[in-house]
Design a protein around this ligand. Structure first.
Ligand SMILES: [Zn+2]
Length: 443
Protein backbone atom coordinates (compact mmCIF):
# COMPACT_ATOMS: atom_id res chain seq x y z
CA UNK A 1 0.00 0.00 0.00
CA UNK A 2 1.16 3.53 -0.70
CA UNK A 3 -0.15 6.85 0.52
CA UNK A 4 0.18 9.98 -1.55
CA UNK A 5 -0.07 13.57 -0.41
CA UNK A 6 -0.44 16.14 -3.16
CA UNK A 7 1.19 18.99 -1.28
CA UNK A 8 1.38 21.68 -3.98
CA UNK A 9 0.72 22.32 -7.66
CA UNK A 10 -2.69 20.68 -7.67
CA UNK A 11 -4.72 23.84 -7.02
CA UNK A 12 -2.64 26.11 -9.27
CA UNK A 13 0.13 25.99 -11.87
CA UNK A 14 3.37 26.23 -9.88
CA UNK A 15 4.78 25.20 -6.47
CA UNK A 16 4.86 21.53 -7.42
CA UNK A 17 5.37 19.13 -4.51
CA UNK A 18 4.14 15.58 -3.95
CA UNK A 19 4.96 13.16 -1.12
CA UNK A 20 4.71 9.37 -1.36
CA UNK A 21 4.73 7.16 1.72
CA UNK A 22 5.57 3.45 1.70
CA UNK A 23 5.50 1.91 5.21
CA UNK A 24 7.52 4.30 7.38
CA UNK A 25 9.43 5.98 4.58
CA UNK A 26 8.46 9.04 2.56
CA UNK A 27 9.88 10.37 -0.69
CA UNK A 28 9.23 13.99 -1.69
CA UNK A 29 8.99 14.70 -5.41
CA UNK A 30 9.73 18.32 -6.37
CA UNK A 31 9.74 21.36 -4.11
CA UNK A 32 8.76 24.27 -6.33
CA UNK A 33 7.93 27.95 -6.25
CA UNK A 34 4.77 29.68 -7.36
CA UNK A 35 6.49 32.34 -9.38
CA UNK A 36 3.63 34.74 -9.89
CA UNK A 37 3.08 35.41 -6.23
CA UNK A 38 6.09 37.60 -5.67
CA UNK A 39 9.37 36.51 -7.10
CA UNK A 40 9.05 37.54 -10.67
CA UNK A 41 7.51 40.92 -10.13
CA UNK A 42 8.61 42.29 -6.80
CA UNK A 43 12.25 41.25 -6.94
CA UNK A 44 14.04 38.39 -5.27
CA UNK A 45 15.60 40.49 -2.52
CA UNK A 46 12.25 41.33 -0.96
CA UNK A 47 11.04 37.76 -1.06
CA UNK A 48 14.15 36.45 0.62
CA UNK A 49 13.52 38.51 3.73
CA UNK A 50 10.36 36.51 4.38
CA UNK A 51 10.15 33.52 6.71
CA UNK A 52 9.03 30.08 5.52
CA UNK A 53 5.64 30.71 7.12
CA UNK A 54 5.24 34.03 5.34
CA UNK A 55 6.28 32.48 2.03
CA UNK A 56 3.59 29.84 2.51
CA UNK A 57 1.04 32.53 3.38
CA UNK A 58 1.69 34.51 0.22
CA UNK A 59 1.41 31.30 -1.79
CA UNK A 60 5.02 31.34 -2.98
CA UNK A 61 5.98 27.90 -1.62
CA UNK A 62 3.93 24.75 -0.97
CA UNK A 63 2.20 24.41 2.38
CA UNK A 64 3.94 21.34 3.78
CA UNK A 65 1.84 21.35 6.95
CA UNK A 66 -0.15 18.67 5.17
CA UNK A 67 2.79 16.28 5.69
CA UNK A 68 3.72 17.49 9.17
CA UNK A 69 3.28 13.97 10.57
CA UNK A 70 5.68 12.57 7.97
CA UNK A 71 8.45 15.08 8.61
CA UNK A 72 10.81 12.60 10.29
CA UNK A 73 10.14 9.86 7.75
CA UNK A 74 11.33 11.66 4.63
CA UNK A 75 14.26 9.74 3.11
CA UNK A 76 14.81 11.77 -0.08
CA UNK A 77 13.79 14.94 -1.89
CA UNK A 78 13.76 14.25 -5.62
CA UNK A 79 13.32 17.11 -8.09
CA UNK A 80 12.43 15.94 -11.60
CA UNK A 81 14.14 18.84 -13.44
CA UNK A 82 15.63 22.27 -12.87
CA UNK A 83 12.68 24.62 -13.45
CA UNK A 84 11.87 26.89 -10.52
CA UNK A 85 8.33 25.62 -10.15
CA UNK A 86 9.97 22.26 -9.30
CA UNK A 87 13.11 23.25 -7.36
CA UNK A 88 12.61 26.88 -6.29
CA UNK A 89 11.33 26.14 -2.78
CA UNK A 90 14.34 23.94 -1.90
CA UNK A 91 16.37 26.84 -0.44
CA UNK A 92 13.52 27.68 1.96
CA UNK A 93 12.19 24.23 2.89
CA UNK A 94 14.64 21.40 2.32
CA UNK A 95 16.53 21.95 5.57
CA UNK A 96 13.65 20.79 7.75
CA UNK A 97 13.90 17.33 6.21
CA UNK A 98 16.90 15.29 7.31
CA UNK A 99 17.64 13.64 3.96
CA UNK A 100 19.58 14.07 0.73
CA UNK A 101 18.36 15.76 -2.43
CA UNK A 102 18.72 13.38 -5.38
CA UNK A 103 18.49 14.73 -8.92
CA UNK A 104 20.03 14.63 -12.40
CA UNK A 105 23.42 16.35 -12.91
CA UNK A 106 22.09 19.55 -14.52
CA UNK A 107 19.36 19.91 -11.91
CA UNK A 108 21.97 19.46 -9.15
CA UNK A 109 24.18 22.12 -10.71
CA UNK A 110 21.29 24.60 -10.91
CA UNK A 111 20.32 23.99 -7.27
CA UNK A 112 23.92 24.52 -6.14
CA UNK A 113 24.13 27.80 -8.04
CA UNK A 114 20.82 29.08 -6.68
CA UNK A 115 22.01 28.32 -3.15
CA UNK A 116 25.32 30.08 -3.82
CA UNK A 117 23.50 33.11 -5.21
CA UNK A 118 21.32 33.32 -2.13
CA UNK A 119 24.25 32.54 0.19
CA UNK A 120 22.24 29.71 1.72
CA UNK A 121 23.98 26.62 3.06
CA UNK A 122 21.71 23.60 3.30
CA UNK A 123 22.46 20.67 5.57
CA UNK A 124 21.09 18.32 2.91
CA UNK A 125 23.53 16.58 0.62
CA UNK A 126 22.92 17.07 -3.08
CA UNK A 127 23.54 13.79 -4.87
CA UNK A 128 23.38 13.59 -8.61
CA UNK A 129 22.07 10.50 -10.34
CA UNK A 130 22.60 10.07 -14.07
CA UNK A 131 19.70 10.13 -16.47
CA UNK A 132 18.63 6.50 -16.96
CA UNK A 133 20.47 5.64 -13.72
CA UNK A 134 19.20 3.80 -10.66
CA UNK A 135 20.01 4.11 -6.96
CA UNK A 136 18.88 2.14 -3.93
CA UNK A 137 18.09 4.61 -1.16
CA UNK A 138 16.88 2.15 1.49
CA UNK A 139 16.03 -1.55 1.89
CA UNK A 140 12.59 -0.87 0.49
CA UNK A 141 13.03 1.96 -1.98
CA UNK A 142 14.97 2.17 -5.22
CA UNK A 143 14.86 5.29 -7.38
CA UNK A 144 15.24 5.23 -11.16
CA UNK A 145 15.53 8.19 -13.56
CA UNK A 146 14.12 7.60 -17.04
CA UNK A 147 15.17 10.02 -19.78
CA UNK A 148 12.38 12.42 -20.74
CA UNK A 149 12.19 15.47 -23.00
CA UNK A 150 10.96 18.88 -21.82
CA UNK A 151 12.44 22.38 -22.22
CA UNK A 152 15.48 22.10 -19.94
CA UNK A 153 18.32 19.55 -20.09
CA UNK A 154 18.36 16.42 -17.92
CA UNK A 155 14.62 16.17 -17.30
CA UNK A 156 13.60 12.75 -15.97
CA UNK A 157 10.58 10.69 -15.16
CA UNK A 158 11.21 9.54 -11.59
CA UNK A 159 10.36 5.89 -10.94
CA UNK A 160 9.98 4.71 -7.34
CA UNK A 161 10.34 0.96 -6.89
CA UNK A 162 9.15 -0.63 -3.64
CA UNK A 163 8.96 -4.41 -2.99
CA UNK A 164 5.24 -4.21 -3.77
CA UNK A 165 4.67 -1.48 -6.30
CA UNK A 166 6.05 0.89 -8.88
CA UNK A 167 5.15 4.60 -9.00
CA UNK A 168 6.07 6.87 -11.89
CA UNK A 169 6.29 10.64 -11.56
CA UNK A 170 6.32 12.48 -14.90
CA UNK A 171 6.05 16.17 -14.12
CA UNK A 172 6.90 17.84 -16.62
CA UNK A 173 7.16 16.14 -19.98
CA UNK A 174 6.71 16.29 -23.72
CA UNK A 175 7.46 13.48 -26.16
CA UNK A 176 10.06 14.89 -28.52
CA UNK A 177 11.54 12.33 -30.90
CA UNK A 178 13.87 14.90 -32.48
CA UNK A 179 15.25 16.95 -29.60
CA UNK A 180 18.02 19.33 -30.69
CA UNK A 181 19.97 18.65 -27.47
CA UNK A 182 20.05 15.55 -25.25
CA UNK A 183 18.39 12.20 -25.60
CA UNK A 184 14.86 11.41 -26.79
CA UNK A 185 12.47 9.82 -24.26
CA UNK A 186 13.50 6.32 -23.20
CA UNK A 187 10.45 4.56 -24.67
CA UNK A 188 12.03 1.14 -24.33
CA UNK A 189 12.40 1.50 -20.58
CA UNK A 190 8.92 3.01 -20.18
CA UNK A 191 7.47 -0.02 -21.98
CA UNK A 192 9.44 -2.40 -19.72
CA UNK A 193 8.13 -0.58 -16.65
CA UNK A 194 4.64 -0.84 -18.12
CA UNK A 195 5.10 -4.59 -18.45
CA UNK A 196 5.52 -4.76 -14.65
CA UNK A 197 2.00 -3.51 -13.98
CA UNK A 198 2.86 -0.23 -12.21
CA UNK A 199 0.54 0.97 -9.48
CA UNK A 200 0.44 4.69 -10.14
CA UNK A 201 1.37 7.35 -12.68
CA UNK A 202 1.50 11.01 -11.64
CA UNK A 203 1.53 12.98 -14.89
CA UNK A 204 1.88 16.61 -16.01
CA UNK A 205 -1.57 17.36 -17.43
CA UNK A 206 -1.19 21.08 -18.14
CA UNK A 207 -2.29 20.70 -21.78
CA UNK A 208 -4.35 17.55 -21.39
CA UNK A 209 -7.35 19.34 -22.94
CA UNK A 210 -5.35 20.27 -26.01
CA UNK A 211 -5.75 17.88 -28.95
CA UNK A 212 -2.78 16.67 -30.99
CA UNK A 213 0.90 16.45 -30.29
CA UNK A 214 3.26 19.17 -29.08
CA UNK A 215 5.72 20.04 -31.86
CA UNK A 216 9.34 19.03 -31.49
CA UNK A 217 12.08 21.47 -30.50
CA UNK A 218 13.32 20.89 -34.06
CA UNK A 219 10.22 22.77 -35.26
CA UNK A 220 11.02 25.75 -33.00
CA UNK A 221 14.58 25.72 -34.34
CA UNK A 222 13.30 25.71 -37.93
CA UNK A 223 10.90 28.59 -37.22
CA UNK A 224 13.67 30.63 -35.69
CA UNK A 225 15.99 29.89 -38.60
CA UNK A 226 13.34 30.85 -41.14
CA UNK A 227 12.73 34.13 -39.32
CA UNK A 228 16.45 34.96 -39.26
CA UNK A 229 16.80 34.09 -42.94
CA UNK A 230 13.72 35.78 -44.36
CA UNK A 231 11.73 37.83 -41.87
CA UNK A 232 14.22 40.21 -40.34
CA UNK A 233 15.44 43.56 -41.53
CA UNK A 234 19.00 42.82 -42.56
CA UNK A 235 21.88 44.98 -41.38
CA UNK A 236 19.81 46.07 -38.39
CA UNK A 237 20.02 45.13 -34.73
CA UNK A 238 18.71 41.75 -33.60
CA UNK A 239 17.61 41.11 -30.02
CA UNK A 240 16.24 37.66 -29.21
CA UNK A 241 14.61 36.83 -25.90
CA UNK A 242 13.81 33.36 -24.60
CA UNK A 243 13.84 31.21 -21.46
CA UNK A 244 17.26 31.34 -19.77
CA UNK A 245 17.04 27.64 -18.91
CA UNK A 246 16.19 26.61 -22.49
CA UNK A 247 19.73 25.54 -23.32
CA UNK A 248 18.71 23.75 -26.53
CA UNK A 249 17.10 26.94 -27.90
CA UNK A 250 20.08 29.05 -26.86
CA UNK A 251 22.44 26.66 -28.59
CA UNK A 252 20.43 26.94 -31.81
CA UNK A 253 20.69 30.73 -31.61
CA UNK A 254 24.46 30.49 -31.16
CA UNK A 255 24.71 28.30 -34.25
CA UNK A 256 22.58 30.72 -36.31
CA UNK A 257 24.74 33.62 -35.15
CA UNK A 258 27.84 31.82 -36.38
CA UNK A 259 26.24 31.04 -39.74
CA UNK A 260 25.20 34.68 -40.14
CA UNK A 261 28.63 35.99 -39.19
CA UNK A 262 27.21 37.82 -36.17
CA UNK A 263 28.74 37.66 -32.70
CA UNK A 264 26.37 36.39 -30.02
CA UNK A 265 26.07 37.95 -26.56
CA UNK A 266 23.91 36.70 -23.67
CA UNK A 267 22.77 39.38 -21.27
CA UNK A 268 21.30 38.87 -17.80
CA UNK A 269 21.83 37.18 -14.48
CA UNK A 270 19.66 34.15 -15.02
CA UNK A 271 21.08 33.65 -18.52
CA UNK A 272 24.54 33.40 -16.94
CA UNK A 273 23.37 31.05 -14.21
CA UNK A 274 21.77 28.45 -16.47
CA UNK A 275 24.41 28.66 -19.21
CA UNK A 276 27.44 28.36 -16.92
CA UNK A 277 25.77 25.42 -15.17
CA UNK A 278 25.27 23.67 -18.53
CA UNK A 279 28.82 24.46 -19.52
CA UNK A 280 30.31 23.20 -16.25
CA UNK A 281 28.86 19.75 -16.65
CA UNK A 282 29.68 19.56 -20.33
CA UNK A 283 26.22 19.85 -21.89
CA UNK A 284 27.29 22.75 -24.11
CA UNK A 285 30.41 24.70 -24.88
CA UNK A 286 29.38 28.33 -25.20
CA UNK A 287 32.41 30.23 -23.96
CA UNK A 288 34.33 30.11 -27.26
CA UNK A 289 31.39 31.49 -29.21
CA UNK A 290 29.38 33.60 -26.81
CA UNK A 291 30.06 36.53 -24.50
CA UNK A 292 28.00 36.04 -21.36
CA UNK A 293 27.34 39.18 -19.30
CA UNK A 294 25.94 38.64 -15.87
CA UNK A 295 26.22 41.91 -13.97
CA UNK A 296 24.78 45.28 -14.85
CA UNK A 297 28.17 46.87 -15.43
CA UNK A 298 29.19 44.06 -17.81
CA UNK A 299 25.91 44.48 -19.70
CA UNK A 300 26.52 48.21 -19.90
CA UNK A 301 30.07 47.74 -21.21
CA UNK A 302 28.99 45.22 -23.80
CA UNK A 303 26.12 47.38 -25.08
CA UNK A 304 28.49 50.35 -25.42
CA UNK A 305 30.83 48.14 -27.45
CA UNK A 306 28.00 46.91 -29.69
CA UNK A 307 26.93 50.51 -30.28
CA UNK A 308 30.46 51.42 -31.28
CA UNK A 309 31.22 48.39 -33.45
CA UNK A 310 27.85 48.31 -35.19
CA UNK A 311 24.80 46.39 -34.07
CA UNK A 312 24.54 44.67 -37.46
CA UNK A 313 27.49 42.52 -36.34
CA UNK A 314 25.71 41.10 -33.31
CA UNK A 315 22.84 39.01 -32.01
CA UNK A 316 21.87 40.09 -28.50
CA UNK A 317 20.10 37.45 -26.41
CA UNK A 318 18.45 39.10 -23.43
CA UNK A 319 16.33 38.07 -20.45
CA UNK A 320 12.81 39.43 -20.22
CA UNK A 321 10.66 37.36 -22.59
CA UNK A 322 7.59 37.93 -20.43
CA UNK A 323 8.16 41.68 -20.35
CA UNK A 324 9.39 41.56 -16.74
CA UNK A 325 10.22 45.19 -15.84
CA UNK A 326 13.42 44.17 -14.02
CA UNK A 327 14.81 42.12 -16.90
CA UNK A 328 17.29 43.30 -19.51
CA UNK A 329 14.95 43.66 -22.49
CA UNK A 330 12.55 46.00 -20.66
CA UNK A 331 15.44 48.01 -19.31
CA UNK A 332 17.02 48.38 -22.76
CA UNK A 333 13.62 49.40 -24.13
CA UNK A 334 13.30 52.03 -21.39
CA UNK A 335 16.66 53.46 -22.41
CA UNK A 336 18.33 52.45 -19.17
CA UNK A 337 21.70 51.48 -20.66
CA UNK A 338 21.82 54.34 -23.13
CA UNK A 339 21.48 51.76 -25.91
CA UNK A 340 18.76 53.07 -28.16
CA UNK A 341 16.64 50.62 -30.12
CA UNK A 342 16.28 52.07 -33.60
CA UNK A 343 13.24 51.80 -35.87
CA UNK A 344 13.56 48.68 -38.07
CA UNK A 345 15.70 46.88 -35.50
CA UNK A 346 14.45 43.33 -34.96
CA UNK A 347 13.18 41.92 -31.68
CA UNK A 348 12.30 38.24 -31.59
CA UNK A 349 10.26 36.63 -28.83
CA UNK A 350 11.21 32.93 -28.90
CA UNK A 351 8.65 31.99 -26.28
CA UNK A 352 4.94 32.01 -25.57
CA UNK A 353 3.22 34.40 -23.20
CA UNK A 354 2.68 32.68 -19.84
CA UNK A 355 -1.09 32.91 -19.32
CA UNK A 356 -1.01 34.74 -16.00
CA UNK A 357 -2.55 38.19 -15.73
CA UNK A 358 0.78 39.74 -14.72
CA UNK A 359 2.70 38.28 -17.68
CA UNK A 360 -0.04 39.25 -20.13
CA UNK A 361 -0.01 42.82 -18.80
CA UNK A 362 3.80 43.12 -18.79
CA UNK A 363 4.13 41.75 -22.31
CA UNK A 364 1.40 44.04 -23.63
CA UNK A 365 3.08 47.09 -22.16
CA UNK A 366 6.48 46.13 -23.57
CA UNK A 367 5.11 45.36 -27.02
CA UNK A 368 3.26 48.69 -27.13
CA UNK A 369 6.48 50.52 -26.39
CA UNK A 370 8.31 48.58 -29.12
CA UNK A 371 5.54 49.23 -31.61
CA UNK A 372 5.71 52.96 -30.95
CA UNK A 373 9.39 52.86 -31.81
CA UNK A 374 8.62 51.13 -35.12
CA UNK A 375 10.51 47.95 -34.24
CA UNK A 376 10.15 44.77 -36.31
CA UNK A 377 8.70 42.48 -33.63
CA UNK A 378 8.46 38.74 -34.32
CA UNK A 379 6.54 36.68 -31.77
CA UNK A 380 5.77 33.12 -30.78
CA UNK A 381 8.76 31.39 -32.41
CA UNK A 382 8.49 28.59 -29.92
CA UNK A 383 7.47 25.00 -29.20
CA UNK A 384 6.12 24.22 -25.75
CA UNK A 385 7.82 21.88 -23.29
CA UNK A 386 4.52 20.33 -22.24
CA UNK A 387 2.81 17.47 -24.03
CA UNK A 388 -0.70 17.55 -25.53
CA UNK A 389 -3.33 14.79 -25.59
CA UNK A 390 -1.56 12.52 -28.06
CA UNK A 391 1.53 12.62 -25.88
CA UNK A 392 -0.48 11.82 -22.75
CA UNK A 393 -2.16 8.95 -24.55
CA UNK A 394 1.15 7.46 -25.62
CA UNK A 395 2.64 7.68 -22.11
CA UNK A 396 -0.42 6.00 -20.60
CA UNK A 397 -0.37 3.27 -23.25
CA UNK A 398 3.31 2.56 -22.65
CA UNK A 399 3.04 2.49 -18.85
CA UNK A 400 -0.51 1.13 -18.42
CA UNK A 401 -0.63 2.23 -14.75
CA UNK A 402 -3.43 0.95 -12.50
CA UNK A 403 -4.09 4.46 -11.17
CA UNK A 404 -3.40 7.96 -12.46
CA UNK A 405 -3.08 11.29 -10.66
CA UNK A 406 -3.11 14.23 -13.08
CA UNK A 407 -0.68 16.94 -11.93
CA UNK A 408 0.51 20.46 -12.80
CA UNK A 409 -2.62 22.54 -12.39
CA UNK A 410 -6.02 23.01 -10.82
CA UNK A 411 -9.12 20.96 -11.63
CA UNK A 412 -9.78 22.92 -14.78
CA UNK A 413 -6.52 21.58 -16.24
CA UNK A 414 -6.26 18.17 -14.59
CA UNK A 415 -9.75 16.95 -15.56
CA UNK A 416 -8.52 16.93 -19.16
CA UNK A 417 -6.46 13.88 -18.32
CA UNK A 418 -9.42 12.26 -16.55
CA UNK A 419 -11.52 12.77 -19.67
CA UNK A 420 -8.80 11.30 -21.87
CA UNK A 421 -8.13 8.29 -19.63
CA UNK A 422 -11.84 7.42 -19.54
CA UNK A 423 -11.96 7.68 -23.34
CA UNK A 424 -9.15 5.15 -23.64
CA UNK A 425 -10.85 2.69 -21.33
CA UNK A 426 -10.02 3.58 -17.73
CA UNK A 427 -12.66 3.46 -15.00
CA UNK A 428 -13.28 6.93 -13.65
CA UNK A 429 -12.51 5.72 -10.09
CA UNK A 430 -8.91 4.97 -11.06
CA UNK A 431 -8.18 8.59 -12.02
CA UNK A 432 -7.78 10.76 -8.95
CA UNK A 433 -8.32 14.50 -9.27
CA UNK A 434 -6.51 16.00 -6.30
CA UNK A 435 -6.15 19.38 -4.67
CA UNK A 436 -3.34 20.81 -2.55
CA UNK A 437 -3.02 19.11 0.82
CA UNK A 438 -5.17 16.06 0.00
CA UNK A 439 -4.10 12.52 0.85
CA UNK A 440 -4.94 9.31 -0.96
CA UNK A 441 -4.36 5.66 -0.09
CA UNK A 442 -3.87 3.20 -2.90
CA UNK A 443 -4.07 -0.48 -1.95
ZN1 LIG B 1 9.26 22.34 -16.28
Amino acid sequence: MIEICTVGGYSEVGQNMTAIRYKDEVVILDMGLELDSYIRYKGEEEVEKLSKKELINIGAIPDDNSIKDWKNNVVAIIPSHGHLDHIGAIPFMAKIYDCPIICSPYTAEIIKRILEDKRIKLPNQINSLDVNGTTKISDNITIEFVSMTHSIPDTVMVVIHTPEEVVIYGNDFKLDDTPTLGQPPNYKRLKEIGDNNPKLLILDSLYSWKEGKTPSEKKARDMLEEALVSKINEDKGIIITTFSSHIARLRSIVEFGKAMGRKVVFLGRSMAKYCYAAEDIGIVNFTDDVKICRYKRQVQKELNKIDKEGRENYIIVATGHQGEPEAILSRITNGEFGYEIFPEDNIIFSCSVIPSSQSIKNRKELEEKLQKKGINVLKGLHASGHGCREDHKKVIELLRPQHIIPAHGDKEKTTGLLDLAVKIGYEKEKIHIMENGMKLNIE
